[in-house]
Ligand binder design. Structure first.
Ligand SMILES: NC(=O)c1ccc[n+]([C@@H]2O[C@H](COP(=O)([O-])OP(=O)(O)OC[C@H]3O[C@@H](n4cnc5c(N)ncnc54)[C@H](OP(=O)(O)O)[C@@H]3O)[C@@H](O)[C@H]2O)c1
Ligand SMILES: *[C@@H]1O[C@H](CO)[C@@H](O)[C@H](O)[C@H]1NC(C)=O
Ligand SMILES: *[C@@H]1O[C@H](CO)[C@@H](O)[C@H](O)[C@H]1NC(C)=O
Length: 292
């Protein structure tokens, strides 16, 4: 990937220049002040960091995950950091009734919603596909279907507020990576569903933005535990990652790439030389330690 980056540096320059001169609005933390935001998967990792950024910006926050004790700690810290309010609701996104009840809770609490940040994922292993169909189905429920259920439930409130949906995805939701077939499938599904929905919003003048976030490797505890022995790539900081996601959502961007160059460049190659990109991805895998 290093070599590719060197070859394509002038190209990046052009893209950045285009992006810079396209006259987009700048992000200001005040954009989130007093806003009502749901963050899912906020008991750890990137979701937890997003809650802290939002607290600092003075948002009303509703967070969710399964583990109540961790959510309580995150809420307490959010209040210390200046959140306008902070609440949690615990449960599993395997259950679509629960997914919808999170949105219902926001309706009861606030009667209003400005941003829905969909970030949670079910646990999945990092190894060759083990033919476990039940796991694929379960992961589709948690990582995909619950996102659809929450979005559907939140549409009336988001229409009222001219709000935003932020969907956290991955490089594995744009290109194939080994050892994450079920996870990858759920992330590709999100791209398909939300890209289609975005088109319909434009056609029907529905003023709701959809931001899809394409993340490279991030240094969250769970990700590091899962891949460290097998996948050799530097991990970007979860704190900055969380902030970039919130910025992208607030600016109503179509997609967020983080970190920008190591995610954007491979995806530019993808459409022209997919075998080459696949090859570079496989180079990062230390498969000696993996068993079939
Ligand atoms: N870290 C990376 O390298 C990386 C790279 C690309 C994309 N991403 C994306 O970034 C997002 C966050 O990743 P992360 O690394 O921060 O993950 P993480 O630290 O493992 O956090 C996952 C969150 O989801 C919750 N969760 C797990 N199973 C759940 C269930 N059945 N129902 C409800 N909540 C559940 C977890 O809390 P409980 O266990 O308490 O439920 C936790 O709060 C994900 O969408 C991921 O795909 C991450
Ligand atoms: C929610 O938290 C309670 C209390 O810790 C726990 O008993 C329950 O299992 C949690 N719910 C889910 C779905 O994990
Ligand atoms: C859509 O909503 C945003 C944010 O609430 C607002 O700034 C913008 O003016 C709205 N656009 C239209 C066309 O109503």
């Amino acid at each position: 990937m290093d070599l590719l980056q060197k070859i394509l540096v002038p190209l990046i320059g052009l893209i950045l220049a285009f992006w810079f001169y396209s006259g987009k609005e700048d992000f200001k933390p005040e954009m989130l002040k007093g806003k009502h935001v749901i963050v899912t998967g906020a008991s750890s990792g990137i979701g937890e960091q997003m809650a802290y950024h939002l607290a600092h910006m003075g948002s009303h926050i509703l967070i969710t995950a399964r583990t109540e004790s961790r959510l309580q700690k995150v809420v307490a810290r959010c209040l210390e950091m200046g959140a306008a309010s902070a609440m949690y609701i615990n449960g599993s996104m395997e259950d679509m009734m629960f997914a919808q009840s999170v949105v219902k809770k926001a309706l009861e609490l606030w009667g209003n919603l400005d941003m829905l940040i969909l970030n949670h994922i079910g646990t999945s292993d990092f190894h060759y596909f083990d033919r476990d169909i039940a796991h694929v189905q379960k992961l589709l429920d948690i990582n995909f279907l619950s996102y659809v259920a929450m979005t559907t439930a939140a549409l009336p409130m988001l229409k009222n507020s001219g709000g935003s949906i932020v969907v956290v995805s991955s490089m594995a939701g744009k290109v194939g990576f080994p050892f994450v077939a079920p996870y990858s499938a759920t992330k590709f599904a999100l791209d398909g569903f939300f890209s289609s929905l975005r088109q319909e919003f434009v056609m029907r003048n529905t003023n709701i933005s959809i931001t899809l976030c394409i993340l490279g490797l991030i240094n969250t505890e769970n990700a590091m535990k899962a891949v460290s022995e097998v996948y050799a790539s530097s991990a970007a900081p979860k704190e900055e990652c969380a902030l970039e996601i919130i910025k992208g959502g607030a600016l109503r961007q179509r997609e967020v790439y983080y970190k920008y160059t190591p995610t954007k460049i491979p995806l530019l190659i993808r459409d022209w030389a997919p075998d080459l990109l696949d090859y570079f991805i496989r180079l990062k895998y230390n498969v000696g330690k993996q068993e079939d």
